[in-house]
Design a protein around this ligand. Structure first.
Ligand SMILES: [Zn+2]
Length: 403
């Protein structure tokens, strides 16, 4: 069962800064964070490091050593980074009871982590969500919108009674949820979303549809995708394992990856490579920092700036914080080796930061790396092999580009 207790509310986005203006905006997230009345409905938000030039973005995620559960959360963080790097839709992606390893009454920290890292890399909620408890019950599952001209949300699930589906009647609420033009099924993979085939404009809906459908689990069940929901959907219950991305999450990322021109396959397209930076006392060089706090539930505070293109925004820094005083967290301790091992290559180790890699199968570094006694990988030859189940932490410095 889904638990919508107040304490189980997933995250609010706090926009710390917009461009050079220090503006504080209350949680008004869309399918891309920062989209809304304040910044523009069509805002597309990009991860840290994107400046309009295509290529691979290395995004380093670090755990603040002051975080109460720093050691306990490491596996959840590494697994979530691998899942983001894999960027492949999974259905079903919700597992309950005997189908997961979460003790009864506990909330899965790894599922929270995947959701919050989604915010930290630019994604908003596909649904309205709780919005500081202003919205409750099934209304939270309606597609993400603004209030519209009448300054009031229209809470109408339409004839099918399913909140968030294609026949919702939303009056003048302005849609913020992107969908495949002429399809409007967020459970179907969109291989190459771009402005020509992916939109938030309701005029592009299939004939007979009233509103953008979002990937809420009840909508999925009606469309034949049982136990499937967007990771970015706000609302996480106890005994709920949601550790894999769903089609809508992946499509939203892919749309962002088309870059400033919003056309897939052009020079300004990017990919991202999530890199685990380890537990650090000094997190100043990290793109995303994970901290504990003593209030709320989980959230990602994001700051960013407009890029030199209409409606495009890039994150500069993000902080995922969770309430360590809550006693219901379940910290997964099983490294997920069903996922592809991190995309380790010379090209993604060029930034010379301290990094951390955990191995499922053997990973060989080299011949350009050497491990020092303290674990630092700094010199040239010979190759270094990281055996299954072991972890290496250190400063990876490129000495030679010979693969
Ligand atoms: Zn959230």
């Amino acid at each position: 069962m889904r638990c919508f207790s107040k304490s189980a509310v997933l995250s609010n986005i706090k926009i710390v800064a917009i461009a050079s203006m220090l503006v504080s905006v209350q949680a008004n997230a869309g399918s891309f964070i920062f989209a809304g009345d304040a910044n523009g409905l069509d805002i597309i938000t990009h991860p840290s490091g994107y400046n309009g030039t295509g290529g691979q973005l290395d995004i380093e995620v670090c755990i603040d050593s002051n975080a109460v559960d720093a050691a306990a959360m490491e596996v959840s963080v590494i697994n979530s980074l691998r899942e983001l790097n894999r960027l492949t839709p999974v259905s079903p992606n919700l597992f309950f009871g005997g189908n997961n390893d979460i003790p009864s009454g506990r909330i899965d920290f790894q599922s929270l982590t995947l959701h919050e890292l989604g915010h930290c890399t630019g994604l908003g909620h596909p649904n309205l969500g709780f919005q500081e408890d202003v919205i409750t019950g099934n209304n939270t599952n309606l597609a993400k919108t603004t209030l519209g001209a009448n300054s009031t949300y229209a809470f109408n699930a339409g004839a099918d009674g399913i909140f968030g589906s294609e026949d919702d009647l939303r009056d003048d609420d302005e849609n913020l949820h992107w969908f495949a033009k002429g399809v409007n099924n967020p459970f179907v993979d969109v291989l190459a979303p771009e402005a020509s085939n992916y939109s938030r404009d309701l005029a592009e809906l299939p004939l007979g549809h009233d509103f953008a459908a979002n990937a809420a689990r009840a909508v999925g069940a009606a469309l034949g995708f049982v136990n499937t929901e967007a990771v970015m959907q706000q609302g996480q219950g106890t005994d709920e394992d949601q550790r894999s991305l769903q089609a809508d999450d992946v499509a939203t990322y892919r749309m962002g990856m088309t870059g400033l021109d919003e056309i897939a396959g052009t020079a300004d397209d990017y990919t991202f490579n999530m890199v685990y930076g380890g537990i650090k006392a000094d997190t100043s060089g990290c793109d995303i920092v994970i901290e504990s706090k003593t209030t709320g539930f989980g959230s990602c505070g994001v700051s960013g700036a407009f890029l030199p293109a209409l409606n495009h925004f890039a994150i500069s820094q993000a902080t995922f914080s969770y309430n360590s005083n809550l006693t219901f967290w379940h910290f997964n301790q099983v490294l997920d080796c069903t996922l592809a091992v991190e995309n380790l290559s010379f090209s993604n180790l060029t930034h010379n930061d301290s990094q951390n890699h955990a191995a499922c199968s053997s990973i060989t570094y080299g011949p350009a790396y050497l491990v020092a006694a303290g674990g630092d990988v700094t010199a040239t030859a010979p190759s270094v092999t990281l055996n299954p189940g072991t972890t290496i932490e250190g400063v990876f410095t490129i000495i030679s580009t010979t693969p």
